[in-house]
Design a protein around this ligand. Sequence first.
Ligand code: NAP
Length: 348
Amino acid sequence: MDGEAKAVEVRPRETAMECAEIPGTSLQVSRVTIGTWAIGGWMWGGTDEAESIKTIRGAIEHGVTVVDTAPVYGFGRSEEIVGKALAEGGLRSRVLIATKAGLEWQGERVFRDATRARIFWEVKQSLRRLRTDYIDIYQVHWPDPLVTIEETAEAMRELFEQGTIRAIGVSNFSTEQMERFRRIAPLHVLQSPYNLFERGIESDVLPYCLENNIATFGYGALCRGLLSGRMRPDSKFDGDDLRRKDPKFQTPRFAQYLTAVERLDQVAQQRFGKRVIHLAIRWMLDQGITTALWGARNPAQLLPVDDVSGWQLDTSAKAEIDRILRETITDPIGPEFMAPPARYVAPK
Ligand code: NAP
């Protein structure tokens, strides 16, 4: 938008971050993206602005060049913090902003709205909060069953042709929905849940993206912290933290997931001299994911980023991981609890 502020100093790093192209665009992304849902506070028990700004700038020090956000994260708060961190740090030109459209809220009730009118209104709000005049990667947050895919795709194509957005993405779409979308507009990015415990996209969505040159952004890379190695049987979550309702964090499943994490951590240490947090991210990347979305709320949480580059999982390690998952998680469950409803219906 305006001339950039004087850039904050970003220290050089020891390990080179891996990068990947977004096919069909001139954009290159780091293979770790910082996710800023928790930074928005809502559903994560609150936020601290100064700490969040340090976290975003810290991510850049670790070689991260993409920041993922959304209007709904903190109802504008996350985008505002991202905008402030980048604009006041003079960092806008060094970072790709990935944001989203297509969720509306009334109070704290969220529902889908991917109409053309909503998308054109939202993009203006996002540009203002992000303090920029273009969005690098603009994603439809959830498919809206009450609006045709064609209407949504047409709106996204228009924004792309105007140059307001530099790449088009969709999130939480099926292959059939992507197929319909691509008849109307180019599709550069798919954002989907993906981590060691949530592998639903492996059956069709991931192969479809690989075949059709669509970059994949895997969200919930740490399964909301489960795969960080920090969780204990007595871990507690405050306020509106979504993990108070997340079925993976409830008895008796929580114990199964914690056992899996413990055994995965042993594999990471014995085979690679790493920890489960590194293994979780490395595994996603080696499954063909373009970039792993890693949510962090303080700079220390990003220290392990340096140790995910420069090594790979071999076939035997992948097979051992699959065996551990089969043996420990006898009652798996996906991330479906996070899906917002189609439209808000006021309680009677
Ligand atoms: P995540 O990355 O799996 O987990 C994030 C949480 O893990 C953090 O908030 C932190 O929680 C914990 N953590 C991170 N690094 C850690 C470390 N080094 N040690 C210990 N704990 C650590 O989950 P996510 O934030 O849900 O997903 C990542 C991003 O994906 C989001 O921020 C968002 O950008 C995107 N996303 C998109 C959608 C969509 O529908 N498109 C949905 C969900 C997420 P605590 O400190 O609180 O424990």
